[in-house]
Ligand binder design. Structure first.
Ligand SMILES: NC(=O)c1ccc[n+]([C@@H]2O[C@H](COP(=O)([O-])OP(=O)(O)OC[C@H]3O[C@@H](n4cnc5c(N)ncnc54)[C@H](O)[C@@H]3O)[C@@H](O)[C@H]2O)c1
Length: 259
């Protein structure tokens, strides 16, 4: 394990082995920081760490963590306290997508989505809090979505979880602001990651209408979302607290209903 040099700012990223989380880790490292990826599978973490150059000395490590488990999340942050000894940013990216019609969605499917996205973000913030309090530039960024602001057919559990994340973000911003912990959210539009690639491949997402309804006419790359996340994590955003920053290519503000 590469020891973290003193003075490096440390970010913990749930769902950090892929997609937006991995791109955020890359961005944090580029800025001279150190990252700890929290994700489900050790083999996926190992692959992600290889992509980040951990073997060549990049200050990155992974902890197999399931955000559905309080014990697992608390163990991950205990490890960060013991190994890195500091924590400056938490980015909650862990998530899945399972569209299902509301009329036939079962309780387990509903609960699973809320558990991973909403309760998982809460568990991570809560377990990180004692470490974040000690940082002089503590920031949390939760990953919401255009789903936090829009009704989307067949996605009741996802839109509810993401709207809940916006609420959690605002409340933590108020509750922890005086302790120097800022809490914001980023609301991505559609991003080219394994999550959307899988839905498209399974025929559960048609990218044509989405590109047509996105003012920029395309999906985002994960690195474009990582820039917004990174900004909110840094002192450049020192007076931004409780904000939901949409990084959606204009999807949610598009009032062009005329063509
Ligand atoms: N891709 C998009 O278009 C898009 C749009 C808006 C919001 N989002 C949100 O961004 C976040 C990241 O999505 P992505 O597109 O990068 O997906 P991704 O599938 O590329 O990455 C998600 C990561 O989360 C991990 N994960 C899933 N369940 C977990 C659990 N229980 N514990 C720990 N880790 C877990 C996965 O293993 C994976 O590595 C999600 O919250 C998603 O809802 C994505």
């Amino acid at each position: 394990m590469t020891p973290i040099p003193a003075g490096r700012h440390v970010a913990a990223i749930t769902g950090g082995a892929a997609g937006i989380g991995l791109a955020t880790a890359r961005r944090w490292l580029a800025d001279g920081g150190a990252v700890v990826l929290l994700d489900l599978q050790q083999d996926a973490l190992d692959k992600a760490l290889a992509k980040l150059g951990a073997a060549a000395g990049a200050p990155a490590r992974g902890i197999a963590t399931d955000v559905r488990s309080t014990d697992s999340v608390e163990a991950a942050y205990r490890s960060i306290a013991a190994v890195e000894g500091r924590l400056d940013a938490v980015v909650n990216c862990a998530g899945i997508a399972r569209p299902a019609p509301s009329a036939t969605m079962d309780d387990a499917g509903w609960a699973a989505m809320l558990d991973i996205h909403l309760s998982g973000s809460m568990r991570s913030c809560r377990a990180a809090y004692p470490l974040l309090r000690k940082s002089r530039r503590a920031a949390i960024v939760n990953i919401a979505s255009v789903a936090a602001l829009s009704g989307m057919p067949g996605r009741a559990s996802y839109t509810t979880a993401k709207a809940g994340i916006a609420g959690l973000t605002r409340t933590l911003a108020v509750e922890w602001g005086r302790e120097g912990i800022r809490c914001n959210a980023v609301g991505p539009g559609y991003v080219r990651t394994a999550l959307t690639d899988t839905l498209i491949a399974e025929g559960r997402l048609d990218d044509g209408p989405i590109r047509a309804r996105t003012a920029l006419g395309r999906f985002a790359e994960p690195a474009e979302i990582a820039e917004a996340v990174h900004f909110l994590c840094t002192p450049a955003a020192s007076f931004i607290n409780g904000h939901l920053l949409m990084a959606d290519g204009g999807l949610t503000i598009d009032g062009n209903w005329y063509e």
